[in-house]
Design a protein around this ligand. Sequence first.
Ligand code: ADP
Length: 342
Amino acid sequence: MEGFDLSRLVSPGESEEDRVLGLSLRPDCLDEFIGQRQVVENLKIGISAAKQRGEVIEHILLSGPPGLGKTTLAHIIAKEMGAHMISTSGPALERPGDLVGILTNLESGDVLFIDEIHRLPRIVEEFLYPAIESFKIDFVIDKGPYAKTIKFNLKPFTLIGATTRSGLLSAPMRSRFGFFYHLEFYEPEDLVKIILRSANVLDVEITEKGALEIARRSRGTPRIANRLLRRVRDYAQVKADGKIDRDVADMALHSLGIDDLGLDELDRKLLRTIIEVYKGGPVGIESLSATLNEEVDTLIDVVEPYLLKACLLKRTPRGREATELAYRHILGRDKEREEGLF
Ligand code: ADP
């Protein structure tokens, strides 16, 4: 449809629009952070205890699918500790030298946030060990016979690592974190609260039922909920005097190709491929990636987690399998299409 971005709308990856608007929608203290109760409670205790002792908080690893709030939580932790946060990411740090400047400039209590920490090159990871264990680094200057090792004492800081795949993190890296929190997909009622809060920030008129309709179809992910809210707002503005109720949300989401379960074209294509090309599976992820012409990492990080959680996909030692629910959903849509329902 003209005026609507039909690129992967329910992808939890961050677009430029998400980044810019996400900043204004981002909660900035633990009390405003909706959902993930267990994680939030434990963090509150950890932060209070560290503050009472006048120490920096131990290193924290946050894991979970993209768009669930790992970066947001890192910002909040830094803020609640009254610290500065310096952000970087695994792929951006190619050599130990890339970290020297960052580490030596950290002030006492600062937070170093490394996104996608599982993608840190091994040589950078090993350079980081003494820094996070005893706040010391050794770096080598010059080459050959003139090479010299310089020892440098760092100020105590907190490393917050975020990862979509904690399984890929090496055991020595993992063991250096004092806290390990896994973020789960959000329940619709928490997403409703997030959508109502965002609608308020964006000054959009929305009913509770309208918010629930968007929440149900947001793959349990706040970033997607906020993105769908913005697209539904566009639709409501053009077609419905700007007000979002259940029917407007439903029509807008349908027109964007997002079905009742919140699946988009790529989700359905993956399930359909398993059902039609591989007779329901099991099929290896490499074969699926080749048939779909999508990166293995995209399928594993972005597409599969929600399909697994929604019981549409099964991961077995022999490969991926479509569940009975997936058959019903995909074949049900085919039937509706034949009957001309959409
Ligand atoms: P991640 O780092 O896990 O990919 P982000 O922290 O970037 O995810 O979160 C994506 C967006 O979702 C943020 O811009 C924020 O607005 C929103 N968000 C995430 N978690 C919450 C939450 N619990 N409450 C409100 N908004 C949230």
